[in-house]
Design a protein around this ligand. Structure first.
Ligand code: AQP
Length: 332
């Protein structure tokens, strides 16, 4: 059976970008057709300045939202990354496989190190090494597919390179995974800045729709979205990035084609209204289930405990095999 791994990092409240680019597909497609592992990758949230209490809160909220969105523990494994030691155990071996040069080429490292320095913070070493930990997250499960938004494809490429290199050096140990993307909305853009990705850790929030925003807030954010010059509704990401983003969001919510949808609207106002209502309808059940689950944190904890045990059982033999292959003496 195909093995799938993917995750969200608790660096902020989950966004519409996370949902349309990743989570929705995990729920509607991936958990039904494959052996899926879906993780709150909390160690990745420590690569930038963080407040421990906030990371803890956001980790619980992210796990609750994954379940509220429809991940079913009877069909897949939902767990928190730091509960399974195998990820960090394997990460070191992969640090011994990766090169300094290839990590410095990672776009996210370049962007986030500039952001950290601009706000007077130092750049943590883990910001450079985190794609290696992400590779460990994936390779520890002999993963075949990694369903992610477009922003993560470079990291999955690195993961493939590390798997191939390790296998060539030490004998076949890892599956070589591939990234998969949704047909639309693989890169949802910020509503106030259609040149930037909608990211949950970004400071300016007016252009970001969060999964837990209520209907009025969603409506306001979408009605105030930046559009483009001209008045014609057309799907052209190059010359009309704001309108194209709205069409992608609407297409993602209604399972239609952005170019075909463009023909149905004659004004930006009409398109915004339709997009806002579609988003509100998609998020409504998620918010409602989240409220029920959040009232019973014990149930979420039980799912995470069970998920971590299952994940550990899958990762342990793979990581042990990697340790032996690399020449480390078995503990006996
Ligand atoms: N805007 C997006 N459009 C489509 N997919 C997206 N994803 C994230 N943003 C978009 C996908 O959601 C999954 C989890 O994302 P993440 O937690 O790794 O990253 P983030 O939400 O982008 O959070 P940050 O902290 O703001 O991250 P940076 O600044 O690193 O981008 C992934 O599959 C991701 O592709």
């Amino acid at each position: 059976m195909t093995r799938i791994f993917s995750g969200v990092k608790p660096t902020g409240h989950l966004t519409l970008g996370n949902y349309l680019g990743a989570v929705r597909r995990w729920v509607e497609v991936d958990q039904h057709r494959a052996d899926g592992l879906f993780s709150v990758v909390d160690l990745h949230a420590l690569t930038v300045e963080h407040d421990p209490a906030r990371v803890r809160r956001l980790s619980r909220q992210a796990a609750t939202l994954l379940l509220a969105a429809g991940l079913d523990p009877a069909l897949c494994t939902v767990f928190v990354q730091s509960h399974v030691d195998e990820h960090t155990r394997l990460s070191y071996l992969l640090e011994c496989t990766a090169t300094d040069g290839e990590l410095r080429r990672m776009i996210q490292y370049k962007e986030k190190s500039v952001r950290a320095l601009a706000s007077g913070e130092s750049v943590r070493f883990s910001l450079l090494s985190y794609p290696v930990l992400m590779a460990a997250d994936i390779l520890a499960y002999r993963t075949d597919e990694v369903p992610v938004g477009e922003d993560q494809t470079q990291h999955v490429e690195l993961t493939r390179d590390l798997a191939v290199r390790f296998n060539q050096r030490y004998g076949h140990t890892f599956s070589v995974p591939k990234a998969t993307q949704p047909p639309v909305a693989a890169r949802v853009m910020d509503l106030q800045d259609p040149a930037s990705k909608m990211g949950k850790s970004h400071d300016a929030t007016a252009g970001i729709v969060y999964l837990l925003d209520d209907a009025d807030v969603v409506r306001k954010k979408i009605m105030r979205a930046v559009t483009d010059s001209g008045q014609e509704v057309a799907y052209d990401p190059e010359t009309k990035p704001g309108v194209a983003n709205l069409l992608e969001i609407l297409a993602g919510c209604t399972a239609q084609e952005p170019a075909a949808l463009a023909e149905a609207y004659t004004s930006y106002g009409e398109l915004k209204r339709a997009t806002a209502e579609a988003v509100i309808e998609v998020l409504r059940p998620v918010r409602e289930r989240h409220a029920v689950l959040a009232a019973d944190p014990g149930e979420v904890d039980a799912v995470l405990k069970d998920g971590a045990e299952r994940a550990r059982g899958m990762a342990r033999p793979v990581v042990d095999a990697a340790y032996r292959a690399a020449g480390l003496l078995p503990a006996g």
